[in-house]
Design a protein around this ligand. Structure first.
Ligand code: RB5
Length: 148
């Protein structure tokens, strides 16, 4: 699995925590920043990562900002992206099993690094259940094909 990670200035600490988790799990990843001291714009980080996942260059993405909301809104504009904003492990497990989410968003001003790490681990290892869920995800893809 290849994972693309990025954050804005509001998510740098959790992004570094996730990088260390990926190192421990021996999962290949590329860190797309930000390497910033000042304020940056979350779409400038969310959209390139989402495009890399949508194109198949990366299998998954993890995006962090202050709330996770801006990153998830931006990433979900890209066709083929199912970005889940999760601040608990139940949702992280469920969104892999039911939504086959391919990007995880989290907010550093909402949760701490320990919980973010657990959420990411559950999400990275969670499997899509398929079955009735595949039909539901398929309806989203069909909408995208028709309208986007
Ligand atoms: C930046 O101040 C903040 O707006 C951003 O990190 C994020 O929370 C947006 O949704």
């Amino acid at each position: 699995m290849r994972v693309a990670i990025a954050s804005d200035h509001g998510g740098i600490h959790i992004r570094k925590e996730i990088a260390s988790l990926l190192d421990e799990l021996k999962i290949e990843y590329v860190d797309f920043g930000c390497d910033c001291e000042g304020s940056v714009d979350y779409p400038d980080y969310a959209l390139p990562v989402a495009e890399k996942v949508a194109s198949g260059e990366f299998d998954r993405g993890i995006l962090i900002c202050g709330t996770g909301i801006g990153m998830s809104i931006a990433a979900n504009k890209v066709k083929g992206i199912r970005c889940a904003l999760c601040h608990d492990t139940f949702s992280a497990k469920a969104t892999r099993a039911h939504n086959d989410s391919n990007i995880l968003a989290m907010g550093e001003r909402v949760i701490g690094p320990g919980l973010a790490r657990e959420i990411a681990q559950v999400w990275l290892t969670g499997k899509f259940e398929g079955g009735r869920h595949a039909g539901r995800v398929g309806k989203i893809s069909a909408y995208e094909e028709k309208h986007l």
